[in-house]
Design a protein around this ligand. Sequence first.
Ligand code: URA
Length: 242
Amino acid sequence: MRLDQFLTILGVGSRKQVKRLIVRKQVRIDGRIILADDYNVEPKIQLVSVAGKIITKTCHTYYMLHKPAGVVTTSQEKNQRTVFDLLAAADQREGLYPVGRLDKSTEGLLLLTDNGQLGYQLLLPEYHIAKTYEVVVNGKITEGDQRAFFKGIVFPDGTKCKSADLEIVRAAANESQAVVTIYEGKFHQIKKMFLCVGKKVTDLKRIRMGPLVLDPKLAVGHYRELTQDELLRFKPYFNCKK
Ligand code: URA
């Protein structure tokens, strides 16, 4: 990863401030002053310091996982396969946790990180992180359902959902497909919203969470580290330490 990008992601400063620090000989890699902002840095094996302070220990791990149906998201479940069982031993990290839950039967995008602050901020209601799902239901989705989702579904216990986007992909009497985007994360939210309009979800897959899109090349049950570009897209949610 480029040195200037790495320092920006960690919140050392803006791109301009970071370049200034480099020019002023404030940045060292493994003790050596580095003057090139495009210098290639490998934070897991190199020690980076800014103004004499080592910053590489604050470097976190981020995995995009294509969760299969049939595994649980939590690490606490006994006698159940969890998403952590999908990680190779060498990729396990202390403090790694999933950002938001998916039901056991739900497939799709799951972010795993040991950056507690990022997860916390992504789940804050004021950020209105969009989560997009591909859905199959056992009945005909109508324009009336679309309007009801847009207005905000109210659960039988009185809980009111925020406005959601419902895009109909295919509607037939005994099965329909749709893409739904919600801006919050209530327990079993999508399934409950469809039950309120008289349909049962038979297949659910998350394809997007905030700025992160499920990589179509990532096979079910597989995972990979976030790319530099994906990390940069999360930048607004990083709690920048100046
Ligand atoms: N809504 C659900 O009903 N289940 C999930 O796993 C995610 C959203």
